[in-house]
Write a protein that binds this ligand. Structure first.
Ligand code: AMP
Ligand code: DBH
Length: 536
């Protein structure tokens, strides 16, 4: 049994193998190659875990799960935060061929149910410190609604449901059974633009290449000490090169629960961190903290700051070398695959003003007009891409795939870009119906559907509004039967069980929503209303 997914056509698969991108190794090789290393792999609070210990914990968990009957081709829903158990769990599942969806820790009922509805998991792994799992009420309903779930493990759980016990129980007679390298290893999450969150099947071959190539570009080595302050499940800090890149290089990952300066600056100093990955709003907060504290002395060990997930303004970018005192790298990537980096030896001008260029010579990237025709170099249009680590279809979403891909299998990311003579990309805007709230993506339709469940709401439209710190925030335009205040709207959505970052920052009740000439809600008009109000 294997997880179904859209494969690359045979000719491309052959080319990717021939060129050495696909090496037919399981992702677990990233760790097992260092199974006898006493170097520190992860620093998580007071805990320092070596590669040897990490590997042992992975085997222990894999063996327990195997004994409980989990097997190759099944799936799991996992929700763990920035703790070492996240990596132990990921590798244990890869080792027995069970493909996880790694939900973000900020996800709530709605997201977890949506993922479980799609993958029908055999296994749930979650954390008692998450409000949803503090007692058994949600858990019981979840299991009732998802009869596929046979095994539940909880961090901080008791008896047979204890993840902690499963990680320490010695493995016996364990044989690894990873899925074949050209099959699905796990699912990545899409920021999405549709009503239900979409899942991205990632194979061992494509993901391993993405990590290996990222390491080459970012020069990760055993000396790399990487601060992971973005949710560990996010594609950016998993693979660009992220924690998995660090593991491949035998370096050290330092975990932080959030990117705040008060938490991160002492961690950087204490553990001599030399690389960190941030989203643009966190950069602003770091710069503010440096200004307030009067110096950047605690950041002296930092050599490279990666910034990605959302557009970084040239103004903010230029302040990084000057005020943080380290090199900047822009990272423009997507959980669907394609990753672009500015190179470490690029000119400062290029690093400040572009979002980099594709990492692989066989990344095919071009710019399309509204009819799907190629535009001349330098012009702004839709990003179209395919390549050895860019997926070929969302999981079980034939309808959406029909519009997200063209006839030749090029994925349309919904970004508006231009490409210069040297192949460097500048992100110019976005066409997809999504709000990018400081790197956290909100699919407008998902929230609109939830808003429409409110008895007073007749029409709903969620749009982005400019924000100095976050880049974008969200505003809900509502046509209502009874007046609604913003707090009531947010409380209602929270009761629907949705992640906090998706709650509208602002709510406007209006008599009607403006429509385009084809009768769709005119979101451009709504964004203009917001902009003119901000000015006035
Ligand atoms: P996701 O599909 O959720 O993985 O989000 C990927 C999207 O994030 C991209 O399609 C872009 O819209 C956005 N993004 C990521 N990195 C950058 C960046 N450096 N600059 C601008 N937008 C970015
Ligand atoms: O935003 C993203 O999804 C992202 C950003 C930078 C990403 O997936 C990545 C690098 O790999």
């Amino acid at each position: 049994m294997s997880v179904e997914f859209t494969r690359w056509p045979a000719d491309l698969a052959a080319r990717y193998r021939e060129k050495g991108y696909w090496q037919d190794l399981p992702l677990t090789d990233i760790l097992t190659r260092h199974a006898n290393s006493d170097a520190v792999a992860v620093i998580d609070g007071e805990r320092e875990i070596t590669y040897r210990q990490l590997n042992r914990a992975v085997d222990n968990l894999a063996s327990t799960l195997q004994r409980q009957g989990l097997k190759q081709g099944e799936t799991a829903l996992v929700q763990l935060g920035n703790i070492v158990e996240f990596y132990m769990t990921l590798f244990a599942l890869l080792r027995i061929g069970v493909a996880p969806v790694n939900a973000l820790f900020s996800h709530q009922r709605t997201e977890l149910n949506a993922y479980a509805d799609q993958i029908e998991p055999s296994l749930l792994i979650a954390d008692r410190t998450h409000a949803l799992f503090a007692d058994d009420s949600f858990l019981n309903t979840f299991i009732e609604n998802h009869p596929s779930v046979r095994v539940v493990l909880l961090r901080g759980g008791e008896g047979e449901h204890s993840l902690d016990a499963a990680l320490t129980q010695a493995a016996d007679n364990f044989t690894a059974t990873p899925t074949p390298a050209d099959e699905v290893a796990f699912f990545q999450l899409s920021g999405g633009s549709t009503g239900t969150p979409k899942l991205i099947p990632r194979t061992h071959n494509d993901y391993y290449y993405s990590i290996r190539r990222s390491n080459e570009i970012c020069h990760f080595t055993p000396e790399t000490r990487f601060l992971c302050a973005i949710p560990s499940a996010h594609n950016y800090v998993m693979s660009s090169p992220g924690a998995l890149g660090v593991f491949l290089a035998e370096g050290t990952v330092v975990l932080a629960a959030d990117p705040s300066a008060t938490l991160c600056f002492p961690l950087i100093e204490k553990h001599q961190v030399n690389v960190a990955a941030l989203v643009p709003p966190a950069v602003s907060l770091w710069l503010q903290a440096i200004a307030e504290w009067g110096d950047n002395a605690s950041l002296r060990s930092l050599k490279l700051l990666q910034v990605g997930g959302a557009r970084l303004s040239a103004t903010l970018a230029a302040r990084i070398p000057a005020e943080i005192g380290c090199q900047l790298q822009q990272v423009f990537g997507m959980a669907e695959g394609l990753v672009n980096y500015t190179r470490l030896d690029d000119s400062l001008e290029r690093i400040i003003n572009t979002q980099g260029r594709p990492m692989c010579p066989d990344d095919e990237v071009w710019v399309a007009d509204e009819n799907g025709e190629p535009l001349p170099r330098g012009e702004v249009g839709r990003l179209m891409t395919r390549g050895p680590y860019t997926f070929r279809g969302y999981y079980k979403s034939p309808q959406h795939n029909a519009s997200a891909f063209d006839a030749n299998g090029f994925y349309s990311s919904g970004d508006l870009i231009s490409i210069d003579e040297e192949g460097y990309i500048t992100v110019q805007g976005r066409e997809k119906d999504q709000i990018n709230r400081g790197g956290e993506k909100i699919a407008a339709e998902e929230i609109e559907n939830l808003l429409l469940k409110h008895e007073s709401v007749v029409h709903a439209a969620l749009v982005s509004m400019e924000d100095d710190l976050m880049g974008e925030k969200s505003c809900a335009y509502l046509v209502v039967k009874e007046p609604l205040r913003a707090v009531q709207v947010r409380r209602f959505l929270r009761e629907q069980g949705v992640a906090d970052f998706k709650l509208p920052d602002r709510v406007e009740c209006v008599d009607e929503l403006p429509l385009t000439h084809v009768g769709k809600v005119d979101k451009k008009q709504l964004r203009q209303w917001l902009a003119s109000r901000a000015l006035g």
